[in-house]
Design a protein around this ligand. Structure first.
Ligand code: ADP
Ligand code: MG
Length: 464
């Protein structure tokens, strides 16, 4: 019918606007490289903040002792205890507890959030057996993974620049987050010292390096997205401190805030951004990360319902609810292998209260998921190519033995969204010359961020 044709025209137009041919991805990678240079040149020189992490030494593998980590950066936070064995023993043991953050605390007050975290830490510590108690006079030490943009002032302090990923607690912006956490810990008598403040990308990089010395960058694809990599300190014009002995400095790119005229933005992306908590910001993140992919699919479906009666004469009311279609549900529909797309049918019914969908309609929904996931995964690959360009690892150097390059990846989206992950990996291969592609490995750094923060707490211990 005419209506079906109209729906297909909307789908087709969406697909075209989301297109990411190799040429476009190369432009995105080049723009990323240019912005990386600009962000390193001067404070505020680019949308890419290229934050200096104060991490100038990555783990050697010799770190030893009992350390704690706290991972805050999305919907859950985790408390970990990591027992490091030193040379050749690696991680002897690790235990963690996960706590979900009550939504009202994500948009409440600083005190509310940090008191909640401190009390979860205290609970974790108080249930420890005797053998884990530190000797008298010795403090427990903690690596704090705080995955929001922070202007570091030292390895263990830094002020929050802005919230992302649905957090919005105004009185923390501009404050030292370690100071805030420490205040809350002191209030309840928890004797613990934050010896390293990092974000999840830095933690993942450190954790990855502990196991594999060829790791030079880390990328997170979870609720949000970000990347960190090892830069030469003398290639950072805005760094006026002493040159570190290692000659290296880890840079937290905050790549979620990248934007470029080459990014394929559709009307749905623009509306999503406008209606978001942080309009005009985190544009790259809004195209590729787990918080947003499902909602882009919802928006396209809503348009088809409104303008082409895709679900019949009335627009299903649930389809108008922002973020009702979550990325894990989108992923489940995208991976549906049943001949009649039963999973898609059930998700539409359970989440959007749309029943009696035809196979044709379900197939269209899967196509929408594919368009959105493919665009996100291919853009993430282009971002990685940008880092390879900046570090000179995107080409074969004549007469030189090709060095191995490992990129550590982590995050729920990368871990669980199989088609996204496969597309990212194949796209990166497709963008690289064969010789180079052979030297570059993407490694899943399972939970590297927690271990990484504990490792950095160890290497910055007050007792060394
Ligand atoms: P965070 O980024 O909040 O620290 P994670 O790295 O665990 O946490 O990522 C969680 C995100 O991963 C979720 O917000 C969701 O978008 C995405 N995710 C989780 N499970 C799946 C799944 N099965 N399929 C697709 N995406 C998923
Ligand atoms: Mg995380």
């Amino acid at each position: 019918s005419g209506k079906w044709g109209r729906a297909m025209a909307i789908l087709k137009e969406f697909e075209e606007k989301c297109g990411t041919p190799d040429g476009k991805l190369r432009q995105v990678a080049d723009a990323m490289d240019v912005e990386m240079h600009a962000g390193l040149a001067s404070e505020g020189g680019s949308k890419l903040k290229m934050l200096i992490s104060y991490v100038d030494n990555l783990p050697s593998g010799d770190e030893a002792g009992l350390f704690y980590a706290l991972d805050l950066g999305g919907t859950n936070f985790r408390v970990l205890r990591v027992h490091l064995g030193g040379k050749e023993k690696g991680v002897i043991n690790q235990e963690f507890e996960e706590v979900s953050i009550p939504p009202h605390l994500m948009i409440g007050s600083s005190e509310g959030l940090f008191d909640f975290i401190a009390s979860a830490l205290a609970k974790f510590v108080s249930s420890e057996p005797e053998e884990f108690h530190p000797p008298p006079g010795r403090q427990r030490e903690l690596g704090f993974t705080f995955s929001f943009p922070v202007r570091q002032t030292s390895i263990a302090s830094g002020t929050l620049i802005k919230w992302t990923k649905g957090f919005n607690i105004e009185d923390v912006v501009g404050e030292d987050v370690v100071g805030e956490l420490t205040k809350s810990m002191q209030k309840i008598g928890l004797d613990m010292r934050v010896s390293a403040l990092v974000n999840d990308t830095i933690g993942t990089l450190a954790g990855g390096r502990f196991y594999n010395q060829d790791v030079i960058a880390a990328v997170i694809l979870g609720t949000g997205t970000n990347a960190a990599y090892v830069e030469r300190a003398n290639a950072i014009p805005k760094w006026h401190g002493p040159l570190p002995k290692s000659g290296d400095m880890v840079i937290n790119m905050e790549w979620g805030n990248f934007r470029s005229s080459h990014l394929p933005l559709t009307e749905y992306d623009i509306a999503l951004d406008t209606e978001s908590l942080n309009p005009g910001e985190q544009i790259f993140e809004k195209l590729i990360s787990g918080m947003y992919l499902g909602d882009i699919v919802r928006r396209a479906l809503l348009k088809m319902a409104e303008e082409a009666d895709f679900f019949g004469d009335t627009v299903p009311p649930k389809l108008k609810v922002p973020f009702i279609l979550r990325t894990p549900d989108m992923s489940a529909m995208h991976h549906d292998t049943t001949p009649d797309l039963k999973v898609v049918g059930n998700k539409l019914k359970d989440i959007l209260e749309i029943s009696n969908t035809s196979l044709k309609m379900r197939k269209t929904v899967v196509e929408l998921c594919d368009i959105v996931a493919t665009r996100g995964a291919r853009l993430a690959a282009a971002g990685i190519l940008g880092i390879l360009k900046k570090t000179g690892r995107d080409t074969v150097k004549a007469g030189e033995k090709q060095q191995k390059t490992v990129i550590a990846l982590d995050g729920g989206l990368y871990e669980h969204y199989t088609k996204f992950r496969a597309c990212l990996e194949s796209t990166l291969n497709e963008l690289l010359e064969e010789e180079v592609a052979k030297s570059i490995v993407i490694e899943h750094s399972n939970d590297g961020s927690g271990i990484g923060a504990a490792l950095l707490a160890a290497s910055h211990s007050q007792y060394l």
